[in-house]
Design a protein around this ligand. Structure first.
Ligand code: AGP
Length: 616
């Protein structure tokens, strides 16, 4: 979703802002722009498409060079098609105020009508442009840019991060946030504002988290924060614990390949120090007592996309270990169906970014209904963990590729830990039972590494089918959500029609999709688990084979029954049934990434997608 950068300091702002935008590319965008301010006034440049288009346009400009104050934006279109006109920054009628915006201004139709009735001619189709004109009007009534920003913010509904510059304040950038991310960076004599720390990590690791409904001003003199009424407010200082090199590709062609390779470490890091040896799992921040956990009589997991698939796996584990009912719901649907919640409901919100608007709104709805909320997130200090009652952070490190990989595996680990924590606190499992499962979990990083070292056949398979137009993924039990995740990866990366099904559902309709050679990827349950599941999947393979499918099975090492039926079998190390998704998801990721590569597609930034979806 949109990326935002602001800078004041001694360096050339166009360079610092440009580098920040490059580091925010992973969020997904379809146009980009900058506004620079100096004594002579505000200059802007913006272009649809990739950053290279903007860089080329800037290189033709003699008036964009040595300004020391600037803002920059990568836009992911919501209101108005992605073109030069709708790209940010937007400038007020007198050309003296420029703004950039992330989010959606829900009352923009009314604001736009009001401006038009006053004779303002809007130059774009966006909701954002209104803010530039409203700021100009407020500045005309007196006060400085921060005063104007506060007054304007009080009129806006919806979600926004805003940055503004004004020709009369050439050393100042003013920012504001509501329901949308904004963080400040502090260095010696220079200050940064950005959607996330990746934008300024090569300049400083010292960061300040802005609170909800706050306005921030940066200038060479420092950083000042107020609420929307002008009362002084404080941000929360933190040190970023990763560096710029973590955001580089490390020799891989795409970040996604690097992130797939990092999974053993990410899983190990997420497990590290979490288990006290007494059967207790350590959560990072808990604003819930053990009694609160004991009082829980129902769990509802809310999440989107890949995080939702992690939640689906969690349902199997938490129900099995706790004998407690677990519902899993797409966050975007949750609050609109009037779910039944009370203070004995635990809502688990899973979000890599911690900023997904659908999930955030589900969290807020749950809290309004007095439910307890536990967040699982990869982003320390992001909004969802901040608003939750308890937090367990995954430690995947920054995930740059839009398609989630290491975040997914670490979400699974976090879900297992939460399930075990609940089972321990609620007295459903003895400490030694929890310890036995944790020991199995601790062995998974090595097993994931083994899976990764045997991926050449999967790469070869993917490289051989760039012309396939569809693929089906099927599984049973925890293999079912993994099948859905495999299909999502293929859809988002290779732009192929791919569907994930519960294997038992095939014969209720989807089997009619199968033609000669249709690839069907089957996640096979362990024959050592509930043998009925394994037998049923063997039958499902026979059903699709009989209709011409090419079957690629992902099976446990030594499962000779499957290899006799499938066209290709990828064998994985032995792991307990409930933990199997930590391994079975990996060949799916590799398959999708390789297929996208074979098709010559941008693996890290698939079309139309954003890493962090901060609008509903
Ligand atoms: C996964 O590959 C996708 N990029 C997407 O489905 C993602 O998982 C979803 O948007 C949720 O994001 P979150 O975990 O940051 O909330």
């Amino acid at each position: 979703m949109c990326g935002i950068v602001g800078y004041v300091g001694p360096q050339a702002a166009v360079e610092v802002v440009g580098e920040g935008l490059r580091r925010l590319e992973y969020r997904g965008y379809d146009s980009a722009g900058v506004a620079l301010v100096a004594k002579g006034g505000v200059v802007t440049e913006k272009r649809a498409g990739k950053l290279a288009n903007l860089t080329e346009a800037i290189s033709q400009r003699s008036d964009i060079n040595d300004q020391h104050t600037g803002i920059g934006h990568t836009r992911w279109a919501t209101h108005g098609v992605p073109n030069d006109r709708n790209a940010h920054p937007h400038v007020s009628s007198n050309g003296r105020v420029a703004i950039i915006h992330n989010g959606i201004i829900e009352n923009f139709t009314r604001l736009r009508a009001e401006l038009e009735a006053d004779g303002v001619e809007l130059a774009s189709d966006t909701d954002s442009e209104c803010v530039a004109h409203l700021l100009e009007r407020q500045l005309d009534t007196g006060g400085d840019l921060a005063d104007a920003m506060r007054r304007v913010c009080n009129r806006l509904q919806g979600a926004f991060t805003l940055l503004a510059v004004h020709a009369d304040a050439p050393d100042t950038v003013v920012g504001a946030r509501r329901n949308s991310p904004l963080v400040a960076g502090v260095a010696d004599g220079e200050y940064f504002l950005a959607s996330d720390v990746a934008a300024f990590i090569s300049h400083t690791r010292s960061a300040v988290e802005l609170g909800q409904d706050q306005v921030v001003t940066i200038s060479p003199d420092g950083l000042a924060i107020t609420d929307f009424d002008g009362n002084p407010a404080a941000g929360k200082h933190f040190e970023v614990d990763w560096d710029a090199s973590a955001a580089e590709k490390d020799g891989h062609d795409f970040f996604m390949f690097k992130e797939i390779a990092e999974q053993p470490k990410a899983v190990a890091d997420t497990l590290r120090g979490r288990f006290a040896g007494t059967g207790e799992i350590s959560l990072d921040e808990i604003r819930m007592s053990d009694q609160d956990f004991r009082d829980i009589d129902k769990v509802i997991i809310v999440a989107c996309g890949t995080s939702y698939h992690a939640g689906m796996v969690a349902k199997y584990a938490i129900e099995h270990w706790n004998r407690l009912a677990v519902e899993v719901e797409l966050a975007s649907e949750f609050r609109y169906r009037d779910p039944i919640l009370d203070r004995s409901t635990l809502v688990i919100a899973i979000s890599q970014s911690g900023e997904t608007m659908d999930t955030l709104m589900a969290v807020r709805h749950a809290k309004e209904q007095k439910a307890r909320v536990l967040a699982i997130s990869n982003t320390v200090g992001s909004t969802i963990p901040r608003e939750a009652d308890a937090v367990l952070y995954t430690r995947a490190g920054i995930e740059v590729a839009v398609a989630s990989t290491k975040a997914f595996l670490t979400q699974l680990v976090a879900c297992y830990l939460v399930g075990l924590h609940l089972a321990g606190v609620r007295g459903i499992k003895f400490a030694d039972e929890v310890a036995a499962i944790v020991t199995e979990l601790a062995a998974t990083p090595d097993k994931i590494a083994t899976v990764l070292s045997g991926m050449q056949p999967v790469r070869d398979l993917a490289a051989a089918m760039p012309n396939a137009d569809r693929a089906l993924f099927v599984g049973r039990h925890v293999g079912y959500p993994v099948a859905m995740e495999g299909a999502l990866k293929l859809k988002e990366l290779a732009y192929m029609h791919a569907e994930g099904f519960a294997a038992g559902e095939l014969k209720h309709g989807p089997i009619s999709l199968i033609e000669d050679g249709t690839p069907v990827i089957v996640v096979v349950p362990s024959p050592r688990g509930r043998s009925v599941l394994h037998d049923k999947v063997v039958s499902n393979i026979q059903e699709v084979k009989a209709r011409g499918a090419t079957v690629i099975a992902i099976a446990e090492s030594g499962d000779d029954i499957i290899s006799a039926h499938a066209d290709h079998t990828v064998f994985l190390p032995v792991v307990p049934t409930l933990l199997a998704p930590l391994l079975t998801a990996v060949p799916m990721q590799v398959f999708a990434a390789e297929l996208a590569t074979a098709k010559g597609l941008d693996v890290d930034q698939p079309r139309n997608l954003a890493k962090s979806v901060t609008v509903e």
